[in-house]
Design a binder for this molecule. Structure first.
Ligand code: SF4
Ligand code: SF4
Length: 458
């Protein structure tokens, strides 16, 4: 007997047209009312043979439940094997020092002490860091993609003059290894480091800006409590002129969501001058850090607000949106292959974060917090297998609720960090997003409000 895969949703486009979405294959198709009724009732006799064939080829329908289960079994096996053999990616934290005192700093909320460590051992630390990375790479089964190791520098603030005794060694090693490098920086001292960065294989520089000067300067000030907008904008321009890819991360909360059109306008000249190098994006703040949760907006509400604003201010389209499920939506809109997920993020795969104290972590929001530490590397590489495995096993085939969830291949089980710090859950529990509502809102925006039917039927 034919089987209709449960990993789907049907959204109404009009009284006669519905959007059928497949959360495993990433297919999106417009169906009519009679097809919808036949599928919902499981009465496939009502469907023409060519429609059945089409639904089978697009993995909505299977000739039997066994065939459907086998398809998912093979998919899970493949995804697991890809994740297991994936080359590791690394984040390096030269120090936790920062030249900013942002109002919402998550690192402050973990009470990371300012570390002005013993500078004599900086070079030894860098040697140990890279030796540990070599070992982790060696321990990864598949060595074929060794040339594509990605390393991200973060902090604290990595591009900070206080780190100057350690940074040249790090830059030198990154250059020798030919690793693909990204830097997460506040951008305040970026100009001093552009000559060094240009010599590396730079992927992108990520800089956080929280809106126009009036807003940004109330949230992101330096440690003398002086606003930082003008200096950052000047440095962004210098980086773009040097040919570096710059991602502007706009942390959005209740304080600045309505500032988005003005911020888009403020960035428009730079975007026009450097269309392929400047990549602004919206990140909805999801934890309050030391500012608490008072300004956090729920994801569904913020998505509705952003899309409503974009209708009035089309210039908002310069921002990439980073809501849950956006990868599937982008694959539909851009007609690119959809990649189903086994886990939520790199922290649940082969990601390792090494700080300047010799500690190793999995998740960048957990750095400096012992609860998230999984090992150290000072005298020799020591990774606690139990802790590493707890992260690596956090996936949609091991999380009880996820096994049955129709959104699992677009979700991956949710953020492990948020699950871990939530006293009601823990790392072995799922952390859900409201996919049904998010998808409904986004598809309504794309296909009802904007009538983009031509992009359907990938
Ligand atoms: S576990 Fe959560 S906070 Fe940590 S890297 Fe993954 S998505 Fe980000
Ligand atoms: S975390 Fe929640 S939404 Fe995500 S796959 Fe698991 S049960 Fe589904």
């Amino acid at each position: 007997m034919m089987h209709f895969a449960k990993e789907h949703d049907i959204f109404e486009l009009s009284k006669e047209q519905y959007l059928l979405i497949n959360y495993v294959s990433g297919a999106a198709d417009i169906i009519d009312n009679s097809c919808k009724i036949a599928l919902e009732k499981g009465d496939y006799k009502l469907l023409d043979k060519n429609i059945i064939d089409e639904l089978i080829s697009r993995k909505y329908l299977f000739s039997s439940i066994q065939e459907y289960e086998q398809y998912l079994f093979e998919l899970d096996k493949k995804l697991l094997s890809v994740e297991k053999t994936q080359m590791p990616n690394f984040l390096l934290i030269p120090s936790y020092n920062c030249n900013f005192e942002c109002s919402y700093c998550y690192q402050k909320s973990y009470q990371i002490e300012k570390f002005y460590g013993n500078k004599d051992y900086s070079k030894n630390i860098v040697d140990a860091m890279f030796a540990a990375m070599d070992k982790i790479i060696e321990n990864t089964g598949n060595q074929e993609n060794k040339d594509f190791i990605k390393v991200t520098l973060m902090g604290g603030e990595p591009l900070f003059s206080h780190n100057d005794d350690i940074l040249p060694f790090i830059f030198e090693k990154l250059k020798d290894k030919k690793y693909k490098v990204s830097v997460i920086t506040n951008g305040y001292e970026l100009d001093n480091y552009i000559p060094f960065l240009r010599k590396l294989n730079i992927d992108f520089i990520q800089i956080t800006m929280d809106g126009t000067k009036e807003i940004h300067d109330t949230k992101r000030f330096n440690n003398k409590h002086v606003g930082t907008f003008d200096v950052i904008m000047k440095n962004v321009k210098k980086a773009l002129e040097a040919g570096l890819n710059v991602e502007i991360r706009n942390n959005v909360d209740a304080d600045n969501i309505l500032n988005l059109p003005a911020f888009a306008y403020a960035l428009s000249d730079l975007k026009n001058d450097f269309p392929n190098l400047l990549h602004p994006y919206i990140y909805i703040l999801q934890d309050g850090g030391c500012s608490g949760n008072k300004t956090i907006i729920n994801e569904v509400e913020s998505l509705e607000t952003v899309l409503a604003l974009e209708k009035i201010y089309p210039n908002l389209n310069i921002f990439r949106k980073t809501f849950h499920g956006i990868d599937l939506i982008n694959s539909i809109v851009n007609n690119t292959p959809f990649k189903p997920k086994m886990s939520n993020c790199a922290a649940c795969r082969n990601q390792y974060i090494l700080d300047g104290h010799g500690n190793i972590y999995k998740c960048w929001f957990g750095v400096g917090n012992d609860k998230f530490k999984i090992g150290n590397y000072i005298s020799d590489l020591k990774i606690c297998d139990v802790a590493d495995t707890a992260w690596k096993k956090r996936n949609i085939i091991n999380l009880k609720k996820c096994i049955q969830c129709k959104y699992r291949y677009i979700c991956g089980g949710g953020c492990a960090n948020r699950a871990t710090i939530d006293p009601d859950t823990g790392i072995r529990r799922e952390k859900c997003a409201d996919y049904k509502k998010i998808m409904g809102i986004y598809f309504n925006h794309l296909f009802v409000e904007n009538r983009n039917e031509e992009i359907i039927c990938k």
